[in-house]
Design a protein around this ligand. Sequence first.
Ligand code: HGY
Ligand code: MN
Ligand code: MN
Length: 415
Amino acid sequence: MRINAHRLHESLRQLARIGATPGGGVTRLALSSEDRSARDLLRRWMEEASLRVRVDDFGNITGRRAGSESGKAVLMASHIDTVRRGGCYDGAYGVLAALEVMRTLNDAGVTTRRPLELVNWTNEEGVRFEPAMLASGAVAGRFTPEYVYGRTDRDGVTFGDELERIGYKGDRDNRPGPVAAYLELHVEQGPVLEDAGIPVGVVDGIVGITWSEITIEGRADHAGPSPMPLRRDALVAAARLIAGVDDIARAIEGAVGTVGRITAEPNVINTIPGKVTMSVDLRHPDSATLDRLVAGLERLASDIAALTGVTVAVNRFWTSEPTPFAAEIVDAVETAAAEMGISTRRFWSGAGHDAKYMQDVAPSAMIFARSINGLSHCEQEYSTPEDLEAGANVLLRAALGLAGIEGERTSHKRG
Ligand code: HGY
Ligand code: MN
Ligand code: MN
């Protein structure tokens, strides 16, 4: 049994039209009107595939395909929200490939033993409402509903209000699961598979990620009369910190760091910036090293404050600790690929995914499809139809291995 690659490709193309950007990418921020349109389309497709659709209290959409047995389901999931001017595959690929698995099983008239559930997670990107993986984290019990609903975007609009506005605030009882095993298919978003000349990745785990909010308070003043020695230019301090974050990350093997978001106030040409807020994203496979990176950031902040006369506050507001996936599920993915004659490479994900929190709930693993030039979170994000097809077929095979087929012996240990 193989997925219908043309149908998958067609679905990806149709979804990519919602929030399409001139450069060939997509902007579909969580709980935006574009996200609502995409959700409406996905829900229609789920219903057309005879899935029983439900929406939970965080807007997570679940489509359930009954098995011959009731009880714990095998979940296939990802997200359809994107970053700003992101790619057409990040998240959408995993959701639509899971839908394609359901469609393929319908075409083949196959009933699995365990139920299958397809989930679209709200706000995986954490771009509009920080932090990332908010709704899967909430389902895993890492965030309270109050925390989630209270998160605000740059305009002060809350998650809760937006969820109501787009009509996707459902019930707590509609959360995904109960879960026997979790699979997430995703584009790699990095160079490993392309460098190795391999189409599919078997993901061992996800690196540690920590996000900090930096607030720099200087003194706004006239850009003309104010003598240089008296200035407390918040943006000059920020420039030193931005370069320092890059130095800190480069100094430690396996570390990465960037300042992705920055605002300067009052942000006018003839006023010395009095205040800067910006983000710092630091990542490393090891927790203690991640803490060392943050300690380096905090030292840098206080050195810059002393040197330039500004105040620098570092608020480490989110940490996603390094997460190894369940060996038996990782092996099931590797076996599925091998059985299909698809070559794979095993490695850790540098990108965060909802699978991180789902590993708290049930044994989980991920499958990657090769990213061309390793690019992602940009309009140039691309994967070939052949690689997307290979990844989706591995998802199909792994899901069947874990769910079992009615009338056949289930290969997965019963949990
Ligand atoms: O930040 C991440 O790694 C993910 O794309 N949200
Ligand atoms: Mn993603
Ligand atoms: Mn992403």
